[in-house]
Design a protein around this ligand. Structure first.
Ligand code: PBG
Ligand code: ZN
Length: 333
């Protein structure tokens, strides 16, 4: 038997950190553009590329701009987009949400024509389409009415599937919507279209910039009556469980950074694919600090996305998707 006397305190951890090649070998979490979903805001009109002030680098795009967008995403290896629509008109029932010629339906058709291999995810919710800005329809007393909302959300889901959406992603937080949408899809020939449920979606101040981007701020009150209360983590597991029972194919936690513990807890509870939404306010904070020269954008973004993946997310929904894909490619050389 050989006994050794240690003459250095260097340990295995530091020995395997010495070079990039060694760090690469022992890396536990890897980012790849194939796990990114890039959100897009689509608007009526032509040649529109309207900058979103609070989200530098993001735009409201008209449908004719989407072909270029699809080409760029393909070149970067980003294979999925999440669509939000700005309707021509809003009303109490959010009619354009389930109109065959609605802006999102047109966008889905344009993207699938430009690149059939792109995964087009349709966000399903009424808040961009209702004049009151809530995610469902209202009772006479002005409360969000659960079950009548389910019918309209199901109509929107089917209408997006008919347009060619590859995934339906309900973000409304009504109870029972995953099951209602699942049966509506099954009953209309879309049994093979998956549902990605915004399962644990918190009533978050981090959605601020998105509401400018999608013009979807509630005109009275707030969303705390249907979105989750930020202090609750166990409740998130019940929401996820309910969505799994209703046959969700992918579950989601949103936002990401203030809820990394929730991402981890959900990861430990389910083997389903787990998505995390790195939301508009999280993006805006990084952009604002970078503009002031206070942060190194590339390093901060990749560190953030890695952290969300390390917490347990398989799928990263992020406005940084294109930049991150570019940086990952440059790093590979
Ligand atoms: C609409 C919806 C919101 C987001 C995604 N879908 C806003 C909200 O619930 O008010 C937020 C996305 C983001 O902030 O990036 N139901
Ligand atoms: Zn909504």
């Amino acid at each position: 038997m050989v006994t050794t006397t240690r003459t250095s305190s260097f340990t295995r951890t530091r020995r395997t950190r010495r070079t990039e090649a060694l760090r690469g070998l022992v890396r536990e979490t890897r980012l790849d553009p194939s796990q990114f979903i890039y959100p897009l805001f689509v608007t009526h009109g032509r040649d529109a590329r309207v900058p979103i002030t609070s989200m530098p680098g993001q735009y409201q795009l008209s449908v004719d701009q989407l072909e270029t967008e699809a080409r760029e995403l393909r070149d970067l290896g980003v294979r999925a987009v999440l669509l939000f629509g700005l309707p021509a008109a809003k009303d109490a029932l959010g009619s354009e949400a389930y109109d065959t010629d609605g802006v999102v339906q047109q966008a889905i058709r344009a993207l699938k024509a430009a690149d059939p291999s792109l995964a087009v995810v349709a966000d399903v919710c009424l808040c961009e389409y209702t004049d009151h800005g809530h995610c469902g329809v209202l009772t006479d007393a002005g409360e969000v009415d659960n079950d009548p909302s389910l019918d309209l959300l199901s109509r929107m889901a089917v209408s997006c599937a008919e347009a060619g959406a590859d995934i339906i992603a309900p973000s409304d937080m009504m109870d029972g919507r995953v099951g209602a949408i699942r049966s509506a899809l099954d009953g209309t020939g879309f049994a093979s279209t998956p549902v990605m449920a915004y399962s644990a979606k918190y009533a978050s101040a981090y959605y601020g910039p998105f509401r400018e981007a999608a013009d979807s701020a509630p005109q009275f009150g707030d969303r705390r009556g249907y979105q989750m209360d930020p202090p609750n983590a166990r409740e998130a597991l019940r929401e996820v469980q309910a969505d799994i029972e209703e046959q969700a194919d992918i579950v989601m936690v949103k936002p990401a950074l203030a809820y990394l513990d929730v991402i981890r807890a959900v990861r430990e509870r389910t083997d389903l694919p787990l998505a995390a939404y790195n939301v508009s306010g999280e993006y805006a904070m990084v952009k604002a600090a970078v503009e002031r020269g206070w942060l190194d954008e590339q390093r901060v973004v990749l560190e953030t996305l890695t952290g969300i993946a390390r917490a347990g997310a398989d799928i990263l929904i992020t406005y940084h998707a294109k930049d991150a894909a570019r940086w990952l490619r440059e790093a590979r050389g």
